[in-house]
Design a protein around this ligand. Sequence first.
Ligand code: OFO
Length: 171
Amino acid sequence: MIKVSVSKVLSEQINAEYYSAYLYLTMSAYADRAGFKGIANWLFVQSQEEMAHGTHIYQHLLERGEMPSFAEIKLPPITFDSIKAVFEQVLAHEQHVTSLLDNIATIAMSEKDHATYNFILWYVNEQIEEEATADELLNKIKMIGDNTALLFNLDAELATRVFNDPFATQA
Ligand code: OFO
């Protein structure tokens, strides 16, 4: 049985993950319209991953006999100043999500909910890679500066990303 305090933050995290998905979708649309189809692809795949993250928490709550609570998903920014501004926001957003997940881990531990603690550790660890990737891309974009040819090289590189369901083998 899950304590109310734990169930509450898990439901909030479903919302946060779906918000992330929506945010990366608006960013993807911006990049597409700006002519960077590869960057749009990378952000679209990121959006798909966030949907999978949210849905996995939803399934976990049901598996534990809990009714998830639902709330409105707020509207993310829908326009951006530049590709660099997009990736500045990606990094800031991932750092924010890390703090949400750390908070869930802390609450689960203090409630002695080892199942939730163990469950949420996957997400905590995943954030290490997500922050590192966002940081690396932002640094590349900063180094590229105003060199459009180099930005299109990066765009071609990011066009190759494909979605792999992170939980496919856990089903
Ligand atoms: Fe849900 O993985 Fe980052 O935010």
